[in-house]
Design a protein around this ligand. Sequence first.
Ligand code: ADP
Ligand code: MG
Length: 369
Amino acid sequence: MAEIYLARATTELGGARLTVVKQIRPELSGNEKFAEMLTVEAKLAARLNHANIVQVFDLGRHENVLFIAMEYVEGFDLNELLRRCARAHIPLPVDFALLIIMEALRGLSYAHRLVDDRGEAIGLVHRDVSPSNVLISFEGEVKLCDFGIARANDMADLLSDDVIKGKAGYMSPEQAFGEPLDARADLFAAGIVLWELLAGRKLYRAPKENEKPTLLDQARAAVIPDLPSRGLPDESVLNGIVRRALARNRDDRYASAQQMLRDLEQYVGQARLMASPIRFGEWLRENFEENVIALRRSRERAAKALQQGPAATVEPYGTPPPPPTLPPWNPPPSSNRPRTPLHNLVPTWRCTSPSGFSSASSSSASYGL
Ligand SMILES: Nc1ncnc2c1ncn2[C@@H]1O[C@H](COP(=O)(O)OP(=O)(O)O)[C@@H](O)[C@H]1O
Ligand SMILES: [Mg+2]
């Protein structure tokens, strides 16, 4: 659906900050229905302001291509972290695994309770809680990204006549059947991530091409094997929490992220498996120091290369109330864009804004978010 870039937003006075720009594929950006859905959802996501959610700064359109600008989280996504742990033969300590889920639940709890200007519940559901959308910073923060994008993602799959891919591995049965969703679908997905962190493997088997059952078949059946014993204190309590999050019938699940969080907090307290983001950050930097340095170096190299980029302009999306000052945006021509590998991100262009993307509310004035 999109390409991800690392950009630098600079202000007139010389302030600069790294920003992730998600550029929606041109054929989707040009689809009116898709653009409308993405706008509605991204506007909701831009209202979210929480430590465990990646902040959306902007939704815009440049030469008919839609983009979303968001906070840059310097670190790994959970998939990448697990891959690196496996490669380095470093097991992820269980207290950190539980911390990741609890922090993600904090973000979910906040988003699920979001209300509109009249105080009525919006009923926001992430719909794609999966390891690639759980970002982990080298400071040990855990942030959910792509809030409000999943619905558009589903539509992108339909439009491109694509089958639902890896995402099905984290779907609740009701989502796999295409039923209307509520917050409990996200709890099921969080339950799968927790199950996998505890089991040290994927819950559903990834089938080869044309092999049955597909991930979607498995998500519909929702057969959850018992977790292997890890010799943890009060393991049956923890297993009970996972089982409840993964109940096939959503009425048997936790009713809210808060409830699941409360049970997990109680468990980590009694089992003495309490961890803090500070300790998690220390552990990450200790074990992946080389990655941190390499990431920063490649980013510096990319930033230097970008200083030569030619000027371009970013058009605001929608009709903003006051006439906006258009931020000049400087993508170099695609043929000579510097492509410095930077983890999963590809740094490409410099993004300059007179006001800078200073906060969700400041961008709402200029860009209609
Ligand atoms: N705000 C961000 N900060 C840092 N990395 C990000 C951010 N958003 C996305 N990424 C990285 O880019 C990857 C691809 O993101 P995305 O296009 O949403 O694909 P996916 O479908 O795998 O989630 C993510 O898994 C993550 O590693
Ligand atoms: Mg994503």
